[in-house]
Design a protein around this ligand. Structure first.
Ligand SMILES: NC(=O)c1ccc[n+]([C@@H]2O[C@H](COP(=O)([O-])OP(=O)(O)OC[C@H]3O[C@@H](n4cnc5c(N)ncnc54)[C@H](O)[C@@H]3O)[C@@H](O)[C@H]2O)c1
Length: 247
């Protein structure tokens, strides 16, 4: 079956790299983001001909957006096999200074967005008896975070729990649901969030392998979890954290 993959928050960063790796494997890719213009630019850079790529607006705070994207993706490519819940916001506000509004906003995007994605696509995949859902979590959801905010870290912890709940719920229908929990990657979002001198100290003092993570490896891992022969892996969290957190 040819792979058709929907990725949220794929206009930049890790989501864009994941889109590139799926595309390089011959998959049809639906590049979605809250920002359609940047999603379209990312899609165009994948496949200028536009034959195997589609850019669509998807705000993960809106459940209806997931349903609309699913409908348009099926209309265009016939079916969807894979959802990558990647969109997030990563604020670094100090724990005692987080307002109710900021807390709710982060939870609505990171946690509830993942929940809506699992609900809408999980229902569709279950009806087809096949599907792959990969939720982008974070080391911060396991160890409480280093530079990221409490709202971010706790929303990522909740994604690990949601992953298990949906994995159990959908297992008998051929649908796997897994989480990937990266530590700090060598990506623009990390360099923007942490001042250069602090980042250097974090790398030297806190990361056993003494370097930032490679986004292309995480993307390859996502592609691998989405493969047809990956049906025995479900409800799992795949750690890629430079040895910061070991089970
Ligand atoms: N960068 C890292 O080191 C790192 C580490 C651990 C986990 N992660 C996770 O990987 C994922 C990608 O991280 P990144 O560093 O590439 O992030 P990023 O901030 O560079 O990109 C996030 C994307 O999500 C989009 N987005 C924001 N709000 C949205 C909404 N409401 N609906 C749809 N899209 C929305 C943004 O427009 C942006 O394109 C996130 O889930 C993040 O938590 C990243």
């Amino acid at each position: 079956m040819n792979q058709v993959v929907v990725i949220t928050g794929a206009a930049q960063g890790l989501g864009q790299v994941i889109a590139q790796r799926f595309s390089a494997k011959g998959a049809c890719v639906i590049v979605t983001d809250v920002d359609l213009e940047r999603a379209a630019a990312a899609a165009n850079s994948l496949d200028g001909s536009g034959e195997r790529v589609l850019a669509l607006q998807l705000d993960v705070t809106r459940k209806q957006d997931f349903a609309d994207v699913l409908e348009r993706a099926v209309a265009r490519f016939g079916h969807v096999t894979t959802l990558v819940n990647n969109a997030a916001m990563t604020p670094t506000t100090s724990v005692m200074e987080i307002s109710a509004e900021e807390f709710d906003r982060v939870v609505a995007i990171n946690q509830r967005g993942t929940f809506f994605g699992c609900q809408v696509f999980g229902h569709y995949f279950a009806g087809r008896n096949y599907g792959r859902i990969i939720n982008m979590a974070s080391l911060a959801g396991q160890n409480g975070g280093t530079a990221s905010g409490a709202h971010y870290a706790s929303s990522k912890g909740a994604i690990l729990t949601l992953t298990k709940i949906f994995a159990r719920h959908l297992a008998a229908n051929g649908v796997t649901v897994n989480a990937v929990a990266p530590g700090p990657m060598d990506l623009p979002s990390v360099h923007a969030a942490v001042p250069a001198d602090r980042l250097k100290a974090i790398i030297n003092d806190m990361i056993p392998v003494k370097k930032l993570g490679d986004a292309s490896f995480v993307a390859d891992l996502v592609v691998s979890i989405a493969a047809e022969n990956a049906g025995f892996a479900t409800g799992a969290t795949f750690d890629v954290n430079g040895g910061i957190f070991m089970r």
